[in-house]
Structure formats: structure tokens, C-alpha cells
Design a binder for this molecule. Structure first.
Ligand code: AMP
Length: 307
């Protein structure tokens, strides 16, 4: 019997082991993955459920990290005959762009995500992941009942699975991606034109992240821009995008509304969540984060962006 989902927000993506090098240090085999950062960040706003796969080498201590935020892990499958997805990346002094050194899909190659009974599911986030698997997930949920389906992707999938990616984009409400990915996906250098082209593919809401230069939000014919929260020390940008998306979707899920006003605030909360993640390696900073710190930084951010 399938269990009823009690978590209004579901994320499907990667739970990974990362090796990361930045100008400030190096960390091998640390905890990462698009669904990990997303769910950890979203859990500050709403109950969240994760669907992903790991291999026989996935450390218990990493699972415990997700458990400490009460993330529903019923959908975290272990494939005993394979290794966990691995990503190795490097950042040079331009911390806005990760250079992927290695991607090992491992257990992702045989993964068939199972969403289970829809239950209370209202919001779905297809985190950066194989677009063919994103489509499989989408085909399991009752589309007219879901309030919002959002999708993230990256250059790896734009380059390797463009047809599948375009097919899934057609069916989602919101696309979040960074500036380089938006340009690559559309072949358009100007981000406003790129957003328009993505909108023509299907989604109503486009969010383009520009790293330390902030974020652009397009909602139907409305437009909003926000700088990034200015930080003096950025240590490791890994996970910033997923943490941003977790904050944004978590906020929307908590607010239970999809209006331009809610989306603007959601983008601000996403930016603030990402600003914490980049202060330390892996999920280290998020693990120390208190809700009061989020609200304090939001207040500062509001003061900084008002004139
Ligand atoms: P970001 O938030 O964009 O910095 O994403 C960082 C996370 O994405 C890392 O923790 C990686 O494990 C994960 N990742 C890297 N490459 C891929 C990929 N091709 N598909 C899914 N997740 C990935």
C-alpha cells in the first residue's frame, strides 16, 4: 500500500557526494546534490519530501543531515548494487561559474523515480536532474490538482539531453536557471529575450539567477530584479542555486499563493538562503542556521534594496 504524502512540497533530484575546489580550499567526498541542498533549505519554511537514489556507499552520517531537518526520506531509495552519484567541480576567482571536472551518474543510470500517492502534494520541484527522469516524475502526478510545478537544470543536461529537456519544460509552470544556462538553452544573449523565449516554450514564471549579480523574475508580463545580498566572504558557491530554489519554493509553499507579490518575496528569501550556503563548504553553514538569522538578513536586505 502506498503511503499518503503529508508534505505539500516534493523535490526530486540528486543526493550526491561532491568533491569541490575553490580558491580558498578543497573538500573531497562531501555531502551535496541538488535535492539535498533544496530540501534542507526548503525545510526552514515548510514540510518537505524528497525522492532520490543513493548507492551502497552512501554514508549514514549524510542521511542523518537530512533527518535533522525532519525531511521526509521515505522516497530516498538505496540501490545496493551501485555507487552514489558523484560530482567534482572547481571554481576559479570568478565564483559565479563552476567548472565541472567529473560527473559520474552511477545509480542514476538505473533509477526510476516513484512519487507514490499524491496525498497532500501541492508543489513539485524537479531539481537539476536527468530530464528524462523529470518527465517520468511529472507523468505520475495529477497535473490539474498540483498548484505549481517548477524545474531547474544545468549545462550538462542542456548539452546532453536537450530534446528531453525541452519536452519537460513544456509542462512546467516555473523554470529556474542561471544566466549562462538561459543563454545556452535559448541561443539568446540578452536575458530578457532569453526569458521570453523560455516563456514561449510553456512556463509562466522564469527565474534567472546571476550569481553575485542577483536575480531576475519574469511573471507573465511583469518583471522584477533583485541584487544578491552583498557578502564580503564567499567561500564555496556549490549548492547556491539549489538552496535558492529551496528557499523560493519553501516560501511559496508556506504562503500558499502564487501572485507576483508572493513570488517577489519568494525570490528574496531564496537569495538570502543562498547567501548563507556560500559562506562555508557543503551544507555546513545551513546546518548551523537559525530561523532568526534568516529574518534578520531579510530585514537588512529589504533596507538595502529600498529607495
Ligand atoms: P548548484 O546549486 O547549481 O551549485 O548545484 C550544486 C549541486 O549540483 C552539487 O551538489 C552536485 O552534486 C549537483 N550536480 C552537479 N552536476 C549535476 C548533474 N548533472 N545533475 C544533477 N545534479 C548535479
Amino acid at each position: 500500500m502506498t503511503k499518503k504524502i503529508q508534505n505539500p512540497l516534493l523535490v526530486v533530484g540528486t543526493v550526491a557526494i561532491d568533491s569541490v575546489e575553490t580558491p580558498f580550499g578543497k573538500r573531497d567526498e562531501c555531502f551535496g546534490g541538488s535535492a539535498s541542498y533544496f530540501s534542507y533549505s526548503a525545510s526552514f519554511f515548510t514540510p518537505v519530501r524528497l525522492v532520490a537514489v543513493v548507492g551502497n556507499d552512501f554514508p549514514k552520517k549524510y542521511r542523518a543531515v537530512l533527518e535533522e531537518r525532519n525531511i521526509n526520506l521515505d522516497g530516498l531509495e538505496t540501490n545496493a548494487s551501485g555507487k552514489t552519484f558523484r560530482w567534482k567541480g572547481r571554481y576559479n576567482f570568478d565564483l559565479n561559474n563552476a567548472e565541472t571536472l567529473e560527473t559520474h551518474l552511477n545509480v542514476l543510470l538505473d533509477f526510476s523515480p516513484e512519487v507514490g500517492s499524491n496525498g497532500k502534494l501541492d508543489y513539485l520541484f524537479l531539481a537539476n536532474f536527468d530530464p528524462a527522469l523529470q518527465m517520468k516524475v511529472l507523468s505520475q502526478v495529477a497535473r490539474p490538482r498540483l498548484k505549481l510545478v517548477a524545474l531547474d537544470t544545468m549545462n550538462f543536461w542542456i548539452q546532453n539531453k536537450l530534446t528531453e529537456l525541452k519536452a519537460v519544460i513544456r509542462h512546467v509552470d516555473l523554470v529556474v536557471l542561471n544566466d549562462g544556462e538561459a543563454r545556452e538553452l535559448t541561443g539568446e544573449n540578452n536575458l530578457i529575450k532569453a526569458a521570453r523565449k523560455i516563456r514561449d516554450m510553456g512556463p509562466d514564471i522564469i527565474v534567472i539567477k546571476k550569481g553575485e549579480h542577483g536575480v531576475l523574475l519574469f511573471f507573465r508580463d511583469q518583471f522584477f530584479a533583485l541584487p544578491a545580498f552583498p557578502l564580503e566572504s564567499v567561500f564555496d558557491p556549490t549548492g547556491a542555486g539549489d538552496t535558492f530554489a529551496g528557499g523560493m519554493m519553501g516560501y511559496i509553499s508556506r504562503a500558499k499563493a502564487i501572485t507576483f507579490e508572493t513570488l517577489k518575496k519568494a525570490v528574496a528569501y531564496g537569495s538570502i538562503m543562498a547567501s548563507f550556503t556560500v559562506e562555508e563548504f557543503s551544507l555546513d553553514r545551513l546546518r548551523k542556521l537559525k530561523s532568526t538569522e534568516i529574518e534578520e538578513r531579510i530585514k537588512e536586505f529589504r533596507a538595502l534594496t529600498q529607495f
